[in-house]
Design a protein around this ligand. Sequence first.
Ligand code: NAD
Ligand code: MG
Length: 406
Amino acid sequence: MEYTQQPKVSTPLPNRGGAGGEAKQIAILGSTGSIGTQALQVIAEHPDRFEARVLTANNRWELLVEQARTFKPAAVVIANDTYYPAVRDALADLPIAVYAGAEALCQVVEGDEIDIVLTAMVGFAGLPPTIAAIRAGKPIALANKETMVVAGELINGLCRQYQVPILPVDSEHSAIFQSIMGEVSPIEKIILTASGGPFRTFTREQLETVTPAMALKHPNWDMGAKITIDSASMMNKGFEVIEAKWLFGVEPDRIQVVVHPQSVVHSAVQFADGAVKAQLGVPDMRVPIQLAFSFPERLQSTFDRLDWYAMHDLTFERPDTDRFRCLALAYESLRQGGNMPCIVNAANEIVNRAFLDGRCRFLEMPDIIEQTMQRTPFIKTPSYEDYLATDAEARRIAAGLILPSK
Ligand code: NAD
Ligand code: MG
């Protein structure tokens, strides 16, 4: 088969000609997604500051080719290697190395020339290349929250060992990060805001019959399908609690989720004297992406500004964990620790997909996750290999709990 002839990743990556200078060299894992395409907009706005050195995608090979022709990276990786010949042929006239497969994702981030790696892949698949990037000493702009959910402790240990910073891209975590910039005192409490998603006001009865199409209509953010479903179930907020614990070293009982449907206050931090600092802005992921790239500087942007006279009612509510049980399950997994958040993540990836495909109802998602938590072997101090095995086993168990008739 033709795709078995893919070249091995060679470092240094080929010289891209005319590049270099002061521009930061960025590798984007998942350049064809919602975060990836917005990151490319940020790079396009600041060609003197940023250059796309590596672009990668899973299936959308045509968009990857188009991006490569525009941004002229040194290398691209198509993770789904069946598309390798198509990408190679489409870029044959350019000095761009074309690689394929999951392993190439891990190798390509190690290139000497890369200054920062944006992890904009979705799901557990983001874990191995993130670890490879940390081991190669690359600062991480972290969008792929599943990495921290699954293996936050392991990632933190590696970051300490290799002295690698993680710059949060998730809007809430960027807001927390911005709120503690310049502070020397500890955080008393994190106020993690949540939009509440499209079903915030739905009764349990209404939630029985919601469809994927309804869940995909997020009121404030235009995101990839997986995170949009997670936002509707509020598993996304549960994952963000876990992400916040590992990024900021704050225990879950001091992370308060507050539903704020307008998504203007992106999150806040309370200090020992009772003072609260928050970061506000229009909902636009390019702001945290750009800051992760430019930190500690802030760069000029053309993005929309807040209109203070138009914000008549900013509201804040308590989340309802009876209707949105996924949020409670995420807290519970953090309380149990070990590989439990990894189990929840794996089960969630299965039910998320099943709900999108019409094989699982909305309210069945937390039931299946909870049963998977009970049935998957618990490991108190998991190794990297344990996480890989747990992910596979929890997926198998969750998939088995989805009724085939649905
Ligand atoms: P998306 O589905 O729009 O894009 C995902 C990208 O990852 C695509 O480029 C796809 O080709 C690639 N990809 C998917 N599976 C892969 C695999 N197995 N191997 C290699 N590449 C793969 O997703 P998104 O909304 O951009 O989200 C990306 C990550 O950022 C997620 O972890 C999400 O939770 C996080 N995030 C997204 C937003 C947002 O506004 N979209 C906000 C905060 C955090
Ligand atoms: Mg978020």
